[in-house]
Design a protein. Structure first.
Length: 433
């Protein structure tokens, strides 16, 4: 069976501007929403885990690559989405999580990570070796040759793991690979808009040439049959407080270079918060794989805050309040390791960032058991009210329109999911043909 992303590339070769969203999240409510909504399209869905989220030591989700497969397939079964329509992706898989270690230790960990991913059934692997490791010279830029050499080492492990997998699962689809990393670490960060640089055609070509040399050196003559994309910076990014929009005129030199590489597409990271017309332009210009993550959990947090505000409208001083907004902030303040390096400024500025930052560091707290229980309590609380349509319109205007015109449910969880659907729909609009 041909890999679904290869089919997308074949369509593009015929002049059809096809693409696919890559949803990078481990949040249960977001994943439920993606899979429920994707049933309307009867198409493949690409779900990716980053090396920080999921690795052999658990990552911040406390899940190994195998665990994440079971977790995701369990959600698919609950919502009735066919498991064989899920493409499992490994994002930034390489030595990222161990960049402070020596090359030997970091690469050994990276090899075990990609090995486990392929054995577990991940079929889209981003081989990211672009980060400087603990034993690298801090005064020198990491060369394309070193990046490619390490990437090919990981590719070899992946291919060996796939040969092992097909002995047990003969119908397994061969993995496809993404190389390059012209982006920050997962999550999206930039300090100043003026510092954002679009990948140059020369840098793109140098990445490919460096890999070609290493593949040839290692005897992987058919490697380019399996590589489908190169990560580039097409000029999109977001910070805590700003979004850098795609400008097709500035990205033209980069997009034109794909004419020389018809078997490849671009992968764009940090496309969160781009308007749907900008996402469509990116797909048309060759950025056929659109990564999105924090925009989905931002929409979740936005919806939960809206429910909390509805709660405040209903309750008087004698009634117990869930106080989700306040409780979440207290838990983040008491456990600051996942946001304190990213949110700077005065105490008030930090508080605003914890609530409303585009990088949405609150997503690291949403899977905590205590937060999940509070969210369930909030859903029960709101569902015990007879929330008038006027309040729904005030806090969920898009869901209000769906309720009136599409018979959309008005329970609290569906209202929150409506926010997430708005994000998903922008990506389906941009990539479906």
């Amino acid at each position: 069976m041909e890999h679904p992303i290869k089919i997308i590339i074949s369509k593009r070769q015929m002049g059809i501007n096809s693409g696919i969203p890559s949803f990078c999240t481990a949040n249960r409510i977001v994943l439920e929403t993606i899979l429920e909504h994707a049933k309307n399209y009867n198409d493949y869905v690409l779900i990716e885990a980053t090396a920080n989220q999921v690795n052999q030591f658990g990552g911040y989700t406390n899940m190994t690559p195998y665990d994440f497969v079971g977790y995701l397939e369990g959600i698919a079964e609950e919502v009735g989405f066919p498991k064989d329509k899920i493409i499992l992706g490994a994002d930034h898989f390489g030595p990222l999580a161990w960049a402070d270690k020596s090359e030997e230790e970091a690469m050994d960990n990276a090899k075990e990570l990609v090995r486990q991913a392929v054995l577990a059934g991940y079929t889209k692997i981003h081989l990211d070796t672009s980060m400087r490791l603990g034993s690298d010279d801090v005064n020198k830029k990491l060369s394309d040759e070193i990046i490619a050499k390490r990437g090919v080492e990981l590719y070899k492990v992946c291919e060996e793991a796939f040969n092992e997998r097909i002995e047990k699962f003969p119908n397994s689809i061969h993995p496809v690979y993404v190389i390059g990393s012209e982006v920050p670490i997962p999550g999206g960060e930039f300090d100043e808009v003026d510092t954002l640089q679009i990948t140059s055609p020369n840098d793109f070509k140098n990445t490919i040439e460096s890999y070609e040399k290493e593949f040839k050196k290692e005897g992987f003559d058919d490697a380019w049959d399996n590589i489908i994309a190169v990560v580039v910076q097409p000029g999109v990014e977001f910070s805590n407080v700003d979004v850098h929009l795609y400008d097709k005129s500035k990205a033209k030199l980069l997009s034109d270079v794909l004419n020389d590489y018809p078997n490849l597409v671009f992968e764009g990271h940090s496309t969160d918060y781009q308007p749907r017309n900008k996402l469509k332009e990116m797909v048309n210009d060759g950025v056929a794989i659109l990564k999105v993550g924090p925009a989905c959990t931002f929409a979740l947090r936005e919806g939960l805050f809206a429910l909390s505000m509805i709660e405040k409208e209903f309750l008087d001083e004698s009634q117990d309040s869930i106080d989700f907004i306040e409780v979440l902030d207290k838990i983040m303040v008491d456990n600051p390791k996942d946001w304190e390096k990213y949110y700077l400024g005065s105490e008030h500025e930090k508080q605003l960032s914890r609530k409303y930052s585009f990088s949405d560091r609150s997503r690291y707290y949403m899977s905590r058991e205590d937060i999940e229980l509070i969210i369930e309590d909030l859903f029960l609380q709101i569902d015990s009210f007879n929330v008038p349509l006027g309040l729904i319109k005030q806090f969920f205007p898009n869901a209000f329109n769906k309720i009136l015109t599409e018979n959309y449910p008005s329970d609290s969880k569906s209202l929150v999911k409506s926010n997430i659907i708005d994000v998903i729909d922008d990506y389906f609009y941009a990539t479906k043909n």
